[in-house]
Design a protein around this ligand. Structure first.
Ligand SMILES: N[C@@H](CCC(=O)N[C@@H](CS)C(=O)NCC(=O)O)C(=O)O
Length: 284
């Protein structure tokens, strides 16, 4: 399986830039993957920095692309958006035994699975951190300046990948992230299924623990709606706030947004603020 060929599936002009969907064969995930990219007009003549967006449960690359309204502001700021799928896909890729929405297909949790039958394909941590940036930076007009953001399960992914790889990104942000998966039902189910019963193994994927132990930190912005039906039990925002308080010098802002829920209406209301935050750090 060759990983270095990007096949264009669709292309649309939007706010003077291009929204493009690609397909490729992933060596990391052992399957074909699709992802979307927004390239601002600047990318016609220069390499541009990128914000990686990690989506939540049940999503693929199309939810953010069509619902967040991110392209207008990314076009203004001259930044690319890289929007991967949330799990490996296709025939032969294992799923939850009951095809549940919160584990398996559409729910890869951005971890490297160690348990059969998932380990063969569910290597989303490595895919997002290594294979995807190498691929797009080799073939698209992108610089090596990266920021990472995401929603819910994707907010967890953005925090975990950013906190563990501060040299790869300039800033991290999240909407309604799963902040403490080792103590929440979604997280416990996913971490047990992908990593097994040894809870020591789970800790490398818990944003609150990682923040508590972090030696170096990036600027972090988090938004959480107070009318979110998964808040507080699944998301456990307070554990991240407690961890953030232990780093008094850290540049971490966690905002409660009154009355907003878990949906893309919430994301579309604050995506401008997140992209401006990332642009400030990507361009310094
Ligand atoms: N299907 C689940 C929830 C799934 C869900 O809310 N997914 C969020 C991310 S955690 C999402 O972005 N869904 C896709 C969308 O709104 O376009 C339920 O009904 O309880």
């Amino acid at each position: 399986m060759s990983q270095d060929i990007l096949t264009k599936v669709s292309e649309h002009l939007v706010f003077g830039g291009k929204q493009i969907r690609y397909e490729h064969s992933s060596n990391t995930l052992n399957c074909k993957m699709q992802f979307s990219v927004f390239l601002p007009a600047e990318a016609e003549t220069a390499k541009v920095p990128a914000v990686y967006w990690l989506s939540g449960l049940t999503c693929n690359d199309e939810n953010f692309s069509s619902k967040a309204g991110a392209q207008r502001i990314a076009a203004e700021l001259g930044i690319a958006l890289i929007i991967p799928d949330t799990s490996p896909r296709g025939e032969g890729v294992a799923d939850d035994e009951n095809a549940a929405y919160d584990f398996g297909l559409g729910a890869g949790f951005y971890v490297n699975a160690t348990q059969a039958p998932f380990a063969k394909n569910y290597q989303m941590y490595d895919y997002i951190l290594n294979e995807l940036p190498q691929l797009v930076e080799a073939q698209l007009p992108l610089s090596d300046k990266r920021a990472i953001s995401g929603h819910s399960m994707g907010g967890h992914g953005a925090l975990v990948i950013g906190l563990r790889n501060t040299e790869r990104y300039s800033s991290i942000s999240a909407f309604s992230p799963i902040c403490n998966p080792i103590n929440a039902a979604w997280g416990i189910k996913a971490l047990t299924g992908f990593l097994g019963e040894d809870k020591q193994q789970w800790q490398q994927y818990d944003a609150s623990l990682l923040l508590t132990e972090a030696k170096t930190l990036l600027p972090i912005l988090v938004d959480q709606g107070t009318a979110d039906n998964f808040f507080p039990d699944q998301l456990r925002t307070e554990t991240l706030i407690t961890a953030a308080k232990q780093h008094e010098q850290a540049d971490i802002e966690i905002r409660y947004q009154e009355g907003y829920d878990h949906s893309y209406y919430f994301i579309s209301s604050f995506i401008e603020s997140h992209l401006r935050f990332h642009a400030k750090h990507l361009k310094t």
